[in-house]
Design a protein around this ligand. Structure first.
Ligand code: SF4
Length: 62
């Protein structure tokens, strides 16, 4: 299966400088391992804090 990185970039909202950008499988695996969520779970304001914790996600959803 070919990597869909270029297509994934149409949906990626991550503003952090990162080599995993658009490589969703690596991005998700990395943040899951850290007990976090990837950028695409967060609204623009929360995403820019780079706090990818579940707590930050829940706070933003309240
Ligand atoms: S969400 Fe995390 S792993 Fe994914 S591109 Fe952004 S900084 Fe990198």
């Amino acid at each position: 299966m070919e990597c869909k990185q270029a297509k994934n970039m149409d949906y990626c909202n991550c503003t952090y400088s990162c080599s995993r950008k658009g490589i969703c499988c690596e991005c998700l695996h990395y943040h899951r391992k850290m007990g976090e969520l990837p950028a695409c779970y967060f609204d623009a304001k929360t995403e820019r804090t780079y706090d990818r914790s579940v707590e930050a996600y829940l706070r933003a959803r309240r």
